[in-house]
Design a protein around this ligand. Structure first.
Ligand code: PGA
Length: 266
């Protein structure tokens, strides 16, 4: 049975205080209502809010035993040095992060991130004992030109170059078709399943069948409480990377619940 991972990508939203409250509320709702015991739940606030969000989560976790884990939205490939504006994986680990999003399409689109730089960041995150959520996915133009699989294949080949092991408890892949991010145009369950199945077959070629079968592949792109159940019912969809809907504790926790139910573990 594969792990289910639902992660909230807050992007550049919330004030530190709102962030702490949101993280706390997520933990509270999960302890009251559910899915939380079978789903690994992660929140990824802006870097400035990580410590406060951690405190918000910790205050609930201690009482209920429900775990919400902390993630960052990026990490540099070097341990330290003259890299103005960057944050290292070891710094993130030090303040309690267990996860780091790597290669998000917004990083690729606006900040010059490439397959190669994403690969370097990913390797460092793994070396530091953190779990990467490695984002891949095609643009609308690429899909319309029938190049989606070619793009995914390239992103996986370069992005995972040098990775020794994948599988249970390791890296997570987030399939995020760029045309679905923040647009309200969610991929259909058929489109998601087709892409996820392709990704798993690529992982099987690059690593091994067992490792591919144990790797969590999340869907991302306008996931909401209304469509999460259908997407999560697909056999190769093992979780979600949630943007907009993760900014409200009730919609985010509803997605966690829907995910658990869709996998028959609710
Ligand atoms: P969205 O964002 O859910 O707002 O589409 C997903 C993401 O960018 O990770």
């Amino acid at each position: 049975m594969r792990e289910i991972v639902i992660a909230g990508n807050w992007k550049m939203n919330t004030t530190p205080f709102e962030g702490a409250m949101l993280a706390r509320k997520v933990a509270e709702l999960l302890s009251a209502g559910n899915g939380a015991t079978v789903v690994t739940v992660v929140v990824c606030p802006p870097a400035t809010h990580l410590a406060m969000a951690q405190a918000g989560i910790a205050s609930v976790t201690t009482e209920s035993g429900v775990k919400v884990e902390l993630g960052a939205q990026n990490a540099h490939w070097e341990h330290k040095g003259a890299f103005t504006g960057e944050i290292s994986a070891s710094m993130l680990k030090f303040i309690g992060c267990r996860w780091v999003i790597i290669g998000h399409s917004e990083r690729r689109q606006w900040f010059g991130e490439t397959d190669e730089t994403a690969n370097k960041r990913l390797l460092r995150v793994i070396r530091n004992g953190l779990r990467p959520i490695f984002c891949i996915g095609e643009t609308l133009e690429e899909r319309e030109a029938d190049r989606a699989f070619e793009v995914i294949e390239r992103q996986l080949k370069i992005g995972l170059d040098g990775v020794e092991n994948i599988g249970r408890g390791g890296l997570v892949i987030a399939y995020e078709p760029v045309w679905a991010i923040g647009t309200g145009h969610t991929a259909t369950p058929e489109q998601a399943q087709e892409a996820h199945q392709f990704i798993r077959s690529q992982l099987s070629e690059q690593f091994s069948e067992e490792a591919a079968a144990a790797t969590v592949i999340q869907y991302g792109g306008s996931m909401t409480p209304d469509n999460a159940g259908q997407l999560m019912a697909c056999p190769d969809v093992d979780g979600g990377l949630v943007g907009g809907a993760s900014l409200k504790a009730d919609s985010f926790s509803a997605i966690v619940k829907a995910a658990a139910e869709a996998k028959g573990r609710g």
